[in-house]
Structure formats: C-alpha cells, structure tokens
Design a protein around this ligand. Sequence first.
Ligand SMILES: Nc1nc2c(ncn2[C@@H]2O[C@H](COP(=O)(O)OP(=O)(O)OP(=O)(O)O)[C@@H](O)[C@H]2O)c(=O)[nH]1
Ligand SMILES: [Mg+2]
Length: 190
Amino acid sequence: MIDTGSANKSFSFKVVVLGDIAVGKTTLIRRHATGKFQHDISPTIGVDITTKYYQLPAGLLLMLSVWDVSGEEIYSKLRSMYYGGSAGAILVFDLTRSETFSRVKTWYEDLRANLKERIPAVLMGNKKDLVPSRAVAESDAKNLAGSYSLNYFETSALTGENVDRAFYRLAALIIEGKNLTADAYGIRKA
Ligand SMILES: Nc1nc2c(ncn2[C@@H]2O[C@H](COP(=O)(O)OP(=O)(O)OP(=O)(O)O)[C@@H](O)[C@H]2O)c(=O)[nH]1
Ligand SMILES: [Mg+2]
C-alpha cells in the first residue's frame, strides 16, 4: 500500500513511452509497475496511463504518469496530442528487429517537433533475453543514443534486467532538470 498522505511534498510529472509496434512498451511498464512479466498483453489502443510513485529522500514523493502510446501507424495523427506537457520520454526498440531501431530516429524527431523544450529521455533496447536473435549491435545503439544525448539501457521485460534501472535513471534526470533535489539517486519505489 502506498502511503502518499505522509509525504512532506509531492511532485507530479508526465512521461511518454514511444516506439514501434510490439517492441515491448506495455510489457516494460507492467514489469516496472508490478515486478512481473505479463505475457498476455494486447496491443495498446490509443494510449494507456499508469501512475508510478517514487519515494525520494526527505519525505518527498515523486509521481510519474507514464503515457504508453500505441506504436500503431493508424494512431499517428492522434499521437502528437499525447506529447504535450511531457517532462521525460522513453524510446523503445526491439533488439531482434533492426527496423524498429531504424525508426527510433523518426520517433525522437516526432517528439522534438511536438515539444518546445528538450526533455530528458532514455533509450531502451528491449528483449535482451533473445540474444541469439540479436539484430542490433550494442555499439550502434550506443552511438545513436550518444548523438541524441540519451542514456542507453539494454533491457528485458521477461527477466527484468535493467528495467527498473532505466526508469529510475529517467526519474533522476527529470528531478535534476527541475532542480528539485541534489540527492536524486536515492530514488526507490514508494
Ligand atoms: N522475449 C521477450 N518478449 C517480450 C519482451 N518484452 C515484450 N515482449 C513480448 O513482445 C510482444 C509485444 O509486447 P507489447 O508490450 O504488447 O508491445 P508494445 O510495444 O506495447 O506494442 P503496441 O502496444 O502494439 O505498440 C508481447 O508478446 C510481449 O510478451 C522481452 O523483454 N522479451
Ligand atoms: Mg502496448
């Protein structure tokens, strides 16, 4: 049970999660929210919003509204409506499908075109557990992330590897950018 009432102060921010169809956006969010791999997830229709709380030092509470946007092309016109007010972004591609990596550029540029300011973002190369089918070299992904100043994580929603780390990193970047606390690395789930 989350005791949001006892926090000295709380902050609320919006995060958008972007990437091609079936790269694992919803599964990653569920893994982070529940600590479990959920295998029977349906394709997202439009957008799903999940609220996550993080306990910060000194009784501060961070709330992230995670906007999980469908990768389906049919929603591309609606999509820009979801970007407004975002304080952070997660870009996801599938390590086993190189076309999803090629499209990261498009997703990032779409995001930038729809926001006035540059916001903190992380890039996740997901499905790391399927390493024999790997189609994207780690060095290529790191180069792309570097060119956009994104933090890069290779994740698996199946095993949980690096999933929480990536979310905490984004939360820390958001907090640092807003100058809320110098001790952002003390973040843990509330
Ligand atoms: N092996 C493996 N499968 C994964 C992983 N993450 C997601 N999947 C599977 O990939 C498929 C697509 O996952 P979703 O989470 O629905 O993908 P999505 O990006 O939300 O897709 P849309 O909502 O259609 O945009 C599902 O069958 C998941 O079980 C992972 O890390 N490893
Ligand atoms: Mg989805």
